[in-house]
Design a protein around this ligand. Structure first.
Ligand SMILES: *Cc1c(COP(=O)(O)O)cnc(C)c1O
Length: 483
């Protein structure tokens, strides 16, 4: 299996070759040359597999340059009930991603039982083990540099803590995250994890990361890398739970299901798109946005209009507050029949529009691409703060289930958009404990706290406070990385 770029101008690479990198040299994103197909016999054989065995069945079609025994060992170590047991006390942790039925035909797929209580653990934990494996083989080291406003940074730190050959330098805006999020990250005492609180906003931290990454000599000398959502290892790991959720929600492989996915950077739902392209019987992929509805607008009207950070709202489902969706290019590549030249043209317009909210970067209405869109089975909708409060309240009152703000967006849009007759599987992307303020507003009570997080805020914290100064950041990295 080789991987090609969505912009059509980069040499094909193997899974391990793209694992530690980011964008392709031509600025595109990597995708398999062809999607591996799953036969009916395979689906039948996979139906009752454990999560780790299912992950092996799916991922051995993608990671073809990792010896089977090695891949199996990595997956067995990654997907265990010991790692994914941080969720609700009554969850079936042996399933890793248990399915919770709310009412016949409406289910939650629990993806947030991992160490940081958000679905990003599902992929990031695997990435940590894959990175450690690949670096050891190449006798290499990697220094991961990132900026976070919450979920990504903590998932990366919990995945990389204690790993050989890896250090993490994670920037966060000083005092801007919730007490819970701060405690989750800053209480880690592992010597390979460096928390850096920047006196500024998230965008200042992000700009510092970009500045260091753009200094190519410094980046190479200090072996700087990233783990952002375009990483192919992350996307591929997410394909697995669509299979798991499908099997759990159906009795036979003749049935179809609808998945609804709280979406930001389009990474999670992109994995669902790929699962469908492989032959998983998905009848509908329902994309849910919050007030930042750039993706909902595209699927309803054909217009792609990234908003720019100045026009991006801060909402109560903050992990979906995006101005442009970095993984969206992967889907567009498939929509335009894998025409790299067309993707180059579209993304030249995205760059030209530069987040000017009044300008459409591209518009496919009236083209053959618009006519092809229904064949990809997407539906979409948006949810607002008031919708979120209402959904959280209804779920709690009717089923005694507390959901977080992002999952509430997914449920609201999923119930609105699903085709009658299709079972609905809503992906639960985080647990309510992470978003206490909004739960308090909706229900007048504190969210449930998984046992593992009780007292988290009282643990000693380890963090370096720093001004938003690139030279100071570089000096800090240099001082901690033996060259
Ligand atoms: C990251 C995140 C999302 C958005 O996922 P994408 O892959 O970026 O679309 C949704 N909900 C939560 C809780 C997240 O952390």
């Amino acid at each position: 299996m080789k991987y090609i770029s969505t912009r059509g101008n980069s040499p094909a690479k193997t899974f391990t070759e793209i694992l530690l990198g980011g964008l392709a040299p031509d600025g595109g994103l990597y995708l398999p040359e062809e999607y591996p197909q799953v036969t009916r016999d395979e689906l039948d054989a996979w139906r009752d597999l454990s999560y780790a065995d299912l992950a092996f069945a799916v991922l051995s079609k993608f990671a073809t340059d990792i010896p089977a025994d090695d891949l199996k060992a990595i997956l067995d170590k990654t997907y265990t009930a010991e790692v994914y047991n941080k969720g609700r006390a009554d969850s079936d942790f042996s399933q890793i991603t248990p399915l919770r039925t709310l009412t016949p035909g409406v289910h939650l797929l629990e993806l947030s039982n991992g160490p940081t209580l958000a679905f990003k653990d599902m992929a990031m934990q695997l990435l940590g083990n894959l990175f450690e494996y690949a670096l050891a083989k190449q006798h290499q080291e990697l220094n991961i540099l990132g900026a976070t406003s919450g979920d990504t940074g903590s998932a990366a730190e919990y995945a990389m803590r204690g790993k050989q050959g890896i250090r993490v330098f994670m920037l966060s805006p000083n005092g801007k995250m919730s007490a819970f999020q701060r405690a989750q990250m800053y209480s880690l005492q592992d010597p390979n994890i460096y928390n850096i609180a920047i006196n500024g906003m998230f965008d200042d931290a992000q700009d510092m990361v970009k500045a260091v990454s753009n200094d190519h000599a410094y980046k190479a000398a200090h072996k700087i890398g990233t783990v952002n959502s375009i990483n192919w290892g992350r996307v591929s790991a997410q394909i697995v739970y669509y299979f798991k959720g499908y099997f759990a929600a159906t009795e036979s492989n003749d049935e179809q299901v609808a998945f609804s996915v709280p979406s930001g950077n389009f990474g999670n739902i992109c994995a669902g798109h790929i699962a469908r392209m492989m032959g998983l019987p998905i009848g509908q992929l329902i994309l849910a946005t919050n007030e930042n509805d750039v993706l909902d607008e595209f699927f309803r009207t054909g217009v792609y209009r990234p908003r720019g950070t100045a026009h991006t709202y801060q909402t109560s489902s903050p992990s979906m507050d995006i101005s442009k969706a970095s993984n969206f290019e992967r889907f567009i590549f498939d929509l335009v029949g894998r025409d790299g030249a067309k993707v180059r043209e579209f993304w030249a317009n995205v760059d030209r529009a530069a987040g000017n909210a009044d300008v459409a970067a591209f518009d496919i209405k009236g083209t053959a691409y618009w006519d092809n869109l229904p064949g990809f089975c997407f539906a979409s909708g948006k949810s607002t703060h008031l919708d979120r409060l209402k959904t959280i309240r209804e779920l709690w009152e009717e089923y005694g289930v507390m959901v977080d703000t992002h999952t509430a967006d997914g449920l609201k849009v999923g119930l609105e958009q699903r085709r009658p007759g299709l079972p609905l599987v809503c992906l639960e992307t985080a647990l309510p404990a992470k978003f206490a303020e909004t739960i308090q507003e909706a229900l007048g009570r504190e969210p449930e706290r998984p046992a593992s997080t009780v007292g988290l805020e009282d643990l000693p914290q380890r963090v370096t406070v720093m001004d938003a100064d690139v030279a100071v950041l570089k000096a800090f990295i240099t001082a901690n990385v033996p060259v």
